[in-house]
Design a protein around this ligand. Structure first.
Ligand code: FRU
Length: 490
């Protein structure tokens, strides 16, 4: 079904409870509802927003179109948690309601200030000719969780030299001053990030464009995020318009980062190394980080991409968020590990040790639909070795190491219901290592693989049959020894 503009921009005030309930009934019958990932009650979820530790709890909002699996009038939906594992659905947080956000409360971020949580987001508006006019708007949440929007935007006009693609403010505090980066497009249609400064979160001054070496790197940079760690500056962003290059940039849009010297605010210069993708899988975009009370830098991404149809669409919903990952830096690269609290998900444990030689062996009694698994491969002579998960009569999802090419491979060609095949069904990335370990989280319709303690991560949605639950180990042209531990996730 094609959604008309009227359907996409309907106000929630015009929607009856019965209509939402009818949609929720369809959603709840979907065989691919997740069991331990944040997902929308109905409709479409996209970017994580306003991720913050505030008043003793983690708050995580996301972009939400409640009425169906399409990009329409965007709201902020609010979830919270005390442990990053069990999330409570709080409900609608920011509704587009005035002339400065009439066509969507777009992405933004949060920062605590004087006992309140400040939410800075992009108000998307369209005029009669459907031309876009973005504003940066502020809403404030108190300790009871009440959110009040300010009447006027805190950043109005787009500065000269940039187009109306100007959005997704990410705030931070540095030496008693507040800063925000905003994703932008120059008038020559290249992407970049601009910087603003404030001393009260309400009055903002344009500082200028962040200077990087990436002068001509896609046509728009969405969802920038800047932070410092180990005395280095990290800029994460999601560039649109990069051509595929070998194993890199295979998805419709990319998400990655550069690391370098901390930004020099006076010259706005960020001296940095190469752009690296954050995730080597299929479904990952627009991540956002926060720093928690333990001083950890934690990242959550959208497990999905724009402009792609997913098999859950027919059940009235789409997408979920990734598991939270703790970041660290090693050798100029971000290491991403599942936050320690995720061990709380573990229930029944099983383990096995095997030598696998020119064969595929089924791990009897390991069958599962939702689980965590750690597989460590060592003393390998095989040309390739790995795992097959969610195995059924005609289905399997393959995670393997190609020892000849020295690459990790994620193959979802036979994972189940096909989708997004135009962008290929295999993802690879270089990994030169003697031993290989995969820490894997499998939910009803997704898989996240942390390779060698978070050196690389592969994330992807998969849509297998409920009965495809087998787990197999294999080695081709040689042997490998494998140690496997698996925990059921109930
Ligand atoms: C990224 C994005 C953001 C925008 C939001 C709208 O996925 O396009 O740039 O703020 O989604 O939902």
């Amino acid at each position: 079904m094609e959604w008309t503009k009227e359907q996409r921009y309907r106000k929630m005030d015009d929607v009856t409870k019965e209509e939402i309930q009818a949609l929720a009934n369809i959603v709840n019958q979907c065989p691919w509802r997740q069991s331990f990932h944040i997902q929308p009650v109905t409709g479409l979820l996209n970017d994580p927003n306003g991720f913050a530790y505030f008043n003793g709890e983690y708050h995580l909002f996301y972009q939400w179109f409640p009425l169906g699996p399409v990009h329409g009038l965007k709201h902020w939906y609010h979830t919270k948690s005390t442990n990053l594992v069990n999330w409570e659905n709080v409900g609608m947080a920011i509704e587009p309601s005035n002339e400065f956000d009439s066509h969507g409360a777009y992405s933004g971020s949060a920062l605590e200030h004087e006992g309140k949580l400040y939410l800075l987001y992009t108000g998307n508006t369209r005029d009669q000719n459907w031309n876009r006019h973005p504003y940066q708007c502020l809403a404030v949440m108190n300790q009871n969780g009440d959110i009040i929007k300010m009447d006027n935007p805190v950043i109005g006009d787009v500065p000269s030299g940039y187009t109306d693609h100007f959005r997704d403010p990410k705030i931070w505090k540095q030496e008693d001053e507040f800063y925000t980066v905003i994703g932008a497009q120059r008038e020559n249609e290249t992407g970049c990030v601009v910087l603003y400064r404030s001393d009260n979160l309400v009055d903002w001054q344009f500082v200028g464009e962040m200077k990087t070496d990436l002068e001509n790197f896609g046509y728009m940079w969405e969802c920038p995020d800047y932070f410092e760690m180990d005395e280095q500056g990290v800029l994460i962003f999601s560039p649109q318009g990069l051509e595929a290059e070998g194993d890199a940039y295979q998805n419709i849009y990319q998400s990655g980062y550069v690391i370098g010297q901390p930004i020099d605010i006076e010259t706005k210069e960020l001296t940095h190394g190469h752009f690296l993708e954050l995730d080597r899988g299929f479904d990952f975009y627009a991540p956002q980080t926060t720093m928690d009370a333990k001083g950890r830098r934690i990242l959550v991404g959208w497990m999905g991409l724009p402009e792609i149809d997913y098999p859950t669409d027919k059940n009235g919903w789409a997408h979920c968020l990734t598991l939270p990952r703790e970041l660290s830096i090693k050798d100029g690269k971000l290491i991403q590990q599942p936050v320690d609290e995720l061990k709380l998900l573990r229930s029944e444990r099983m383990e096995a040790e095997k030598i696998v030689r020119n064969e595929a062996i089924t791990l009897e009694d390991f069958e599962s639909e939702t689980f965590e698994m750690i597989a460590e491969f060592s003393a390998s002579t095989a040309k390739e070795f790995g795992l097959e998960l969610r195995v059924g009569e005609n289905e399997k999802t393959v995670i393997k190491y190609d020892a000849v090419e020295k690459k990790v491979v994620f193959d979802r060609t036979h994972s189940g219901q096909p989708f997004a095949e135009k962008f290929g069904t295999v993802r690879k990335c270089k990994l030169d290592a003697k031993t290989v370990s995969f820490r894997i989280f499998v939910d009803t319709s997704s898989i996240e693989v942390f390779v060698n303690d978070g050196e690389e991560v592969f994330t992807g949605r998969i849509f297998p049959d409920k009965n495809s639950q087998g787990i197999r180990l294999f080695a081709n042209q040689g042997q490998t020894s494998v140690k496997v531990v698996k925990w059921e996730i109930a």
